[in-house]
Design a protein around this ligand. Structure first.
Ligand code: NAP
Length: 330
C-alpha cells in the first residue's frame, strides 16, 4: 500500500502506518534525538532508554546530529535489560548529510551510519536537505562557498540501490518542496516513501500535505512544537494565545494540542523531549480528540515558517534565496 493510512493500534497504542514499499509499520508518533545545544552521549542514551521504557518505538536520528552512536548503545541496552526483545520492534530513521549527497558517497555514508548505530538495516533513510556540499567536510552551518547543486538522479539512484541491498527498508527525503518532490518522482524507480518537514499549527504545509497525499508519500512533521529552545526554532508555537486558550479549555498542555492536531491531519510526527515528564505527556494524545470548532480555529492561524532554511542559502550554491530553496512555498 503506497500512501494509504492504516491506523492500526500497536500494543502500546501508538497508531502505526504501514509503509507500502517495505510493509514495515511506522509508529505515527516518533522520538526526535536532535538536541540544541547538543548534550553528551550519556544524556542522550539515558533519554532514549527512558523513551523506550515509556513506549516510544520510532526514533529519528541523522549523521549530522551525533546521536547515532548513543541510539545504537541504547538499543543494545534496551534488549539486554528486556525492555524490547529485538531491534525489529523499533523503527529507526537516519539521514544522509549534504557532504555525502553525491552518487558514489551515499552507500559508504549509510554503511557508516549503520556502524554507528550497530544495526544491520535502517527502516528509513532520508536525504536530509535538497542540496549537496563539498565531500569530506562535516560542518554545520555549511560554509557558503562549500554548497553545490545536488545531482538528484545520481543521489536518488544510489538511495534506491541502498534499499535494494536491504540496508534500509525504505527511502525518502526531507525538506523537499512539491516541485522538488515532483522532480524526483519523474525519474524514481522507487518513489520516496516519506518527506520529513517542519509542520506545526503556525506552519501547516497545506499545499505539501495535499501533494504528498495525492502521490502516496507520508508527510512527517518535525518541530511539531516549534522546536522551542533550539537554534532552528522558536517559542512562537508554545506561546500562541489561541493554542493556550484551547489547551486551557480542554485541560491539556499546549504541546498536546499541537501533537493531537498534527495527528488528526493524517501525518506522522517526531517530537523531542529529554525530560521524562514531558516525554510521557507528549505520548498522551490518542484517547481524546479536538472539536471541529477547535480544528477550524487552528486551521485559520496566520502562517509563517519558523525554520526558514536560511543556513542553506548561498550565492555559490543552487539556492540564492529562501524562495528558491522552497520553490515559493513560503
Ligand atoms: P520539537 O519537538 O517541536 O521541540 C523540541 C523542544 O521542545 C525541545 O527544546 C524540548 O525541550 C521542548 N519540549 C518538548 N516537549 C515539550 C513539552 N511538552 N512542553 C514544553 N516543551 C517541550 O522540535 P525538534 O526537536 O526540532 O523536532 C523533533 C525532531 O525532528 C528532532 O529532534 C529531529 O529528530 C527532527 N528534526 C529534523 C529536521 C530535518 O531537517 N529533517 C529538523 C529539525 C528536527 P526538552 O527536551 O527540555 O523537553
Amino acid at each position: 500500500m503506497d500512501g494509504c493510512l492504516e491506523a492500526s493500534l500497536s500494543p502500546l497504542s501508538i497508531p502505526e502506518y504501514v509503509l507500502g514499499c517495505s510493509g514495515r509499520r511506522m509508529p505515527l508518533l516518533g522520538f526526535g534525538t536532535a538536541a540544541s545545544p547538543p548534550v553528551g552521549s550519556q544524556l542522550t542514551k539515558t533519554a532514549i532508554l527512558q523513551a523506550i521504557e515509556l513506549g516510544y518505538r520510532h526514533f529519528d536520528t541523522a549523521s549530522l546530529y551525533g546521536t547515532e552512536q548513543p541510539l545504537g548503545e541504547a538499543i543494545l541496552e534496551a534488549i539486554a535489560v528486556g525492555l524490547i526483545k529485538s531491534r525489529d520492534e523499533l523503527f529507526i530513521t537516519s539521514k544522509l548529510w549534504c557532504s555525502d549527497a553525491h552518487g558514489e558517497l551515499v552507500l559508504p555514508a549509510l554503511q557508516r551510519s549503520l556502524k554507528n548505530l550497530r544495526l544491520e538495516y535502517l527502516d528509513l533513510y532520508l536525504i536530509h536537505w535538497p542540496v549537496s556540499s563539498k565531500p569530506g567536510i562535516y560542518e554545520f552551518p555549511i560554509k557558503r562557498e562549500d554548497f553545490l547543486a545536488m545531482d538528484f538522479k545520481a543521489v536518488w539512484k544510489a538511495m534506491e540501490d541502498c534499499q535494494r541491498l536491504g540496508l534500509t527498508k525504505s527511502i525518502g527525503v526531507s525538506n523537499f518542496s512539491c516541485k522538488k518532490l515532483g522532480d524526483i518522482l519523474a525519474f524514481a524507480k522507487i518513489p520516496p516513501a516519506v518527506n520529513q518537514v517542519e509542520l506545526n499549527p503556525l506552519w501547516q504545509q497545506k499545499k505539501l500535505r495535499e501533494f504528498c497525499k495525492a502521490n502516496g508519500i507520508l508527510l512527517t512533521a518535525y518541530a511539531p512544537l516549534g522546536a522551542q529552545g533550539t537554534i532552528w526554532g522558536s517559542n512562537r508555537v508554545l506561546e500562541c494565545e489561541l493554542l493556550k486558550e484551547i489547551a486551557k479549555q480542554k485541560g491539556k498542555t499546549v504541546a498536546q494540542i499541537c501533537l493531537r492536531w498534527a495527528y488528526e491531519q493524517g501525518i506522522s510526527i517526531l517530537v523531542k523531549s529529554f525530560n521524562k515528564d514531558r516525554m510521557k505527556s507528549n505520548l498522551e494524545i490518542f484517547n481524546w480528540s479536538l472539536s471541529q470548532e477547535d480544528v477550524k480555529k487552528i486551521n485559520d492561524i496566520p502562517q509563517s515558517r519558523l525554520c526558514s532554511g536560511q543556513d542553506y542559502i548561498s550565492k555559490y550554491g543552487p539556492f540564492n534565496t529562501t524562495q528558491e530553496l522552497w520553490d515559493g512555498e513560503i
